[in-house]
Design a protein around this ligand. Structure first.
Ligand SMILES: Cc1cc2nc3c(=O)[nH]c(=O)nc-3n(C[C@H](O)[C@H](O)[C@H](O)COP(=O)(O)OP(=O)(O)OC[C@H]3O[C@@H](n4cnc5c(N)ncnc54)[C@H](O)[C@@H]3O)c2cc1C
Length: 386
């Protein structure tokens, strides 16, 4: 399967050859571990307002520069973003069957960012076709499927998750994890654009409630040389205005830029935590591949939420989903407490410093391109030497 899981190549394999040449959920924190406790919308409503990331970052002295030497490189990896021409598909599809399908796919390079908000929107749609208490099957166990399952369970549905591949073998496991609406359509109509903004707000709200070590969600400084990364799409009030810096705070780097605070969501922590939480409330998760709509129809649930990401292109014959591959280089984790975007990006996570920046439109195979990975590595080395 082309996009089923990202391929990784060990440092030893490629660097030898190539370099020589070249869970407590937000509203649920502290709740009893019973399925009933998952349906906690009231609890969520009575919670204090979330803390906005509203403190303008203070000017900083020079920050540490990562060691990106050959011996620090852990591995190369790649994944395929499900970019959809007109943005995320969130719609009820009744087809010619008794089982309505709510689509929730096409999050492009922003699935981690939009996940919680998108899951809320999908659950709103489910409420129009299935009564609370009935059984809903979630197809897909990436970030979109798992967050959808959590939200539906909280709203009182019986939930089952079924997926061809489970973490750690999903695209969501490959993602860097920055909260940024990049490489994703906002939609065409005013309604779709408003929904996009609402998704960002809803995601941000949830992340602000669960932020912490256990969920792998942290508030972090983000230095950028431009105002890219979809910054202009972030609705007002979520982050303090970016601060313009005449010089980025890295010794030897003479470049201007911006600084703002954002969230980093670490997939290697966040995804297992979601699964833990679903296990805790008794949501079964099973491996099963669906070949066509008939098989989906035969599930026999009150409704299905389709969170199959790239898989929707075949399963629901949606040719507007464009595979868009990205390469990543993992470098050993170091004491670096920021994100950086320039001609590439650097995310400092607890498992690795993740370097990225490739956008390969039309590439559906999650295969590593060592040439591009080496190029990403050199771009970052050049940046810090500049
Ligand atoms: C290099 C890279 C960096 C990224 N960085 C970021 C970032 O920093 N921030 C951000 O917000 N996003 C980022 N993304 C985007 C993010 O990874 C995706 O938007 C997100 O993973 C999509 O999630 P998903 O759950 O829809 O898809 P997936 O994670 O692919 O999950 C799909 C699920 O559906 C299942 N499935 C598919 N077909 C079938 C079928 N026929 N039958 C049964 N099950 C099926 C799969 O097995 C899987 O369980 C990045 C992506 C890449 C590739």
């Amino acid at each position: 399967m082309p996009h089923r899981h990202a391929e990784s190549v060990t440092r030893r394999h490629f660097l030898k050859r190539s370099l020589a040449t070249g869970i407590a959920i937000g509203g649920l924190t502290g709740c009893a571990a019973t399925p009933a406790s998952v349906g906690a919308p009231q609890a969520a409503r009575t919670q204090p307002r979330p803390r906005l990331i509203d403190t303008p970052p203070a000017p900083h002295p020079n920050r540490s520069i990562p060691d990106l030497g050959d011996e620090r490189v852990q591995r190369f990896t790649a994944g395929v973003r499900p970019v959809r021409r007109h943005g995320v598909r969130l719609a009820v599809d009744r087809g010619d069957s008794d089982t309505p399908v709510v689509h929730n796919y096409g999050h492009g390079g922003a699935g981690i960012t939009l996940s919680w908000g998108s899951a809320e929107e999908a659950a709103d749609l489910i409420e129009t076709v299935a009564n609370r208490g009935s059984e809903v099957v979630v197809l897909g166990a990436g970030i979109i499927g798992l967050t959808s399952a959590v939200i539906l369970r909280e709203r009182g549905y019986g939930v089952r998750v079924m997926a061809d591949q489970l973490p750690p073998h999903t695209t969501s496991n490959v993602a860097g994890g920055q909260f940024a609406p990049s490489l994703v359509g906002r939609g065409r109509t005013t309604r779709e654009k408003q929904r996009f903004t609402r998704m960002l707000r809803r995601s941000h709200l949830r992340l602000s409630r669960i932020a912490g070590w256990e969920w792998g969600v942290s508030e972090i400084d983000n230095f950028t040389t431009g105002s890219g990364s979809g910054l202009s799409l972030i609705p007002e009030g979520l982050f303090a205005k970016p601060v313009k810096l005449d010089r980025l705070p890295f010794a030897g780097v003479e470049r201007s830029g911006y600084l703002y605070r954002t969230y980093l969501v670490e997939p290697p922590v966040h995804l297992p935590r979601l699964i833990h939480e679903l296990n805790r409330v008794g949501v079964p998760i099973s491996e099963q591949r669906f070949e066509d709509r008939d098989q989906v129809r035969a599930i026999g649930a009150a409704a299905v939420v389709n969170c199959t990401g790239m898989g929707a292109r075949e399963l629901f014959k949606d040719r507007t989903v464009i595979p868009t591959r990205g390469q990543l280089v993992h470098v050993e984790p170091q004491e670096i407490s920021y994100l950086l975007s320039h001609s590439g990006y650097l995310f400092s996570r607890r498992d690795a410093i993740v370097l990225g920046g490739s956008v390969e439109r039309g590439e559906a195979e999650a295969t590593v391109d060592p040439g591009r990975c080496l190029e990403i590595l050199s771009r970052h080395r050049r940046f810090f030497r500049s």
